[in-house]
Design a protein around this ligand. Sequence first.
Ligand code: SF4
Ligand code: SF4
Length: 469
Amino acid sequence: MDQNLQTQKILKEKSANNMKSTETSFRDRPINIDETGKRKWIRAKQPKGKWYKRRSLVAWLLLGFLVLGPLLRINGNPFMLFDIAHRQFYIFGISFYTQDTNILALVMTVAVVSVVLFTVIYGRIWCGWACPQTIFMEMVFRRIEYLFDGNYRGGKRKPATGFKRVLKYIVFFITSLLITNVLLMWFIGPQGVLDLVTEPIQDHWLGFLIMLGLSSFYFWIYSYFREQVCTMICPYGRMQGVLLDSRSITVIYDYKRGEPRGAKEEGDCINCKQCVSVCPTGIDIKNGTQLECINCTACIDECNLVMKRINKPENLIRFDSAEGIEKGKKNLGSTRTYAYTAVLLILFGVLVSTIIRRTDVESSILRVPGTIYQEVDNNTLSNMYRIKIINKEKSDKTLIIRLISPPEGEIQLANQETLLVGNGALESILIIRLDKNQLNGKSTPIKIGIFEGENLLEKTEINFIGPAK
Ligand code: SF4
Ligand code: SF4
């Protein structure tokens, strides 16, 4: 009898310890690793609800942009193209040359600051709504999986087996191949991809190997590695701890309303764990904001369905800040937010003005090293410059180089070549002759214009060297 009581006591203790370890194990190890160190597969249930619909819409728009971006053309230019091999870049139909690195650097700076700013204000909204990894995993591959495996419920339903499983992975590989080809279009254009897939392999063996390698890599990511990209590899997730503060808006569980939780408890949370069953990274949002949460909103939708069923108000899990939950009001503003917004607006302003002021032709005019001025005759002096002109457009241009100020001077291109082919560059020696009366002294500022017909494409100011007065 004593022994029975003792056994019952031990079992009770064990069960309590087990419960405790399940509730707190998220602090000790990644959610997809079990206590023996083995991978635990996350088989998330398909979400249903208004947030999932909104997210699907955003995903289809972004996927449409991904596919159509390199296919569309504006004024004969590709809408989007990053042809690194030929140094041709088109963003929204505007051509950029390798000399436009200032714009590229600005675009990248603005992008990084935007992501930081958005994280400070809206948490990881990028991860759940716009990150290609999430869009491909949740909106493409996961949906293919639901077609073959059915809708999982907390991982309890087994995935497809046998022929169905093989077929699922064949579809996975074909989809990976399609994604690779779409991505390649962004770098070699639609014609490049067409050549790659229609011409003999020996003519494009490198391209073929890249395509095969990338497709295999994507297949491995979406069939095996999956959510671990977000939970273990992506550095952005790890930056969360630094970027978020108590005023950042994230997907969050209202513990004030939900606790104490349980079917018979006073709080609104009935501890049904439906929010966990839909989570693509397998976490329990009730444990608070976690590195693995990609702000996908699936748990909001699922909990709302539960709340409807038990006749409780929706949004027990919602977009809110930790401070908002604590104080019962949303708070978007913080000094850090305003500072980031100001920096972002300034950067946007600089970016827009740089793009607006960007010309189709770019030139640099520098004095030939080691030269000063030459006496042409008693009244005239000449200076010698090296001129380089780059045509950023695809079309050829016939250029005329004129002296804008002072207008009376004479300008001469050493080789008289002024036809500049599309995306071509011209380098030449430029000789400028000025009357001595027009000089101010040792250095006289002059303005050179590069024209196409009567159309001024670019204006440059340089100095003309003369004797001291
Ligand atoms: S779905 Fe809602 S009610 Fe159910 S456990 Fe999650 S938070 Fe609680
Ligand atoms: S906790 Fe909610 S929002 Fe975060 S990843 Fe899981 S389902 Fe998505």
